[in-house]
Design a binder for this molecule. Structure first.
Ligand code: CUA
Length: 155
């Protein structure tokens, strides 16, 4: 084989890989419904105590099997620190930060958001298995960063 044949073969391979990655991305977003947590609005971080829904952080039932979980991240805790939800329920997490950049990650799930002061983050999730799931702040936010956590109890 001459060098041109090799070049063409590698170009073709590159094209095939690119196509495969695009197909996987489309499959994940369209068929499996996996989306990045979206920017869901803006909020004044200094007025959280008087701005719905952040004036009442916690779990709220909005329909037969639908719950909204409103979370505030601040140095160095989450409010609420403990979230109780039923297994199999449609959950919408609505969160923001009161001060600096924090992370909101629930272990063993794809719930993984940035909490940004001034911005509302939103993501949806359903727990299929009961149990306790650790919430961690995965964005360095100061001296107490490693103590910033919570848990979700799925029952
Ligand atoms: Cu909050 Cu790290």
């Amino acid at each position: 084989m001459n060098i041109e044949t090799f070049e063409k073969a590698f170009l073709a391979l590159g094209g095939v890989l690119l196509g495969a990655c695009l197909a996987a991305l489309l499959f994940a977003s369209v068929v499996m419904g996996i989306q990045l947590p979206g920017r869901a609005g803006e909020v004044d971080p200094e007025q959280l105590a008087t701005t719905p829904p952040f004036d009442q952080p916690g779990v709220r039932q909005v329909d037969a099997n639908k719950y909204e979980i409103v979370v505030i991240g601040r140095a160095f805790n989450f409010e609420p620190e403990e979230i109780r939800v039923p297994v199999g329920a449609d959950l919408t997490f609505i969160a923001t930060s009161q001060d600096v950049l924090h992370g909101f990650n629930i272990e063993k799930t794809r719930v993984n958001m940035m909490l940004i002061p001034g911005q509302i983050s939103r993501t949806v999730y359903t727990f299929d298995e009961p149990g306790e799931y650790l919430i961690i702040c995965h964005e360095y936010c100061g001296v107490g960063h490693h103590t910033m956590g919570g848990k979700v109890i799925v029952e």
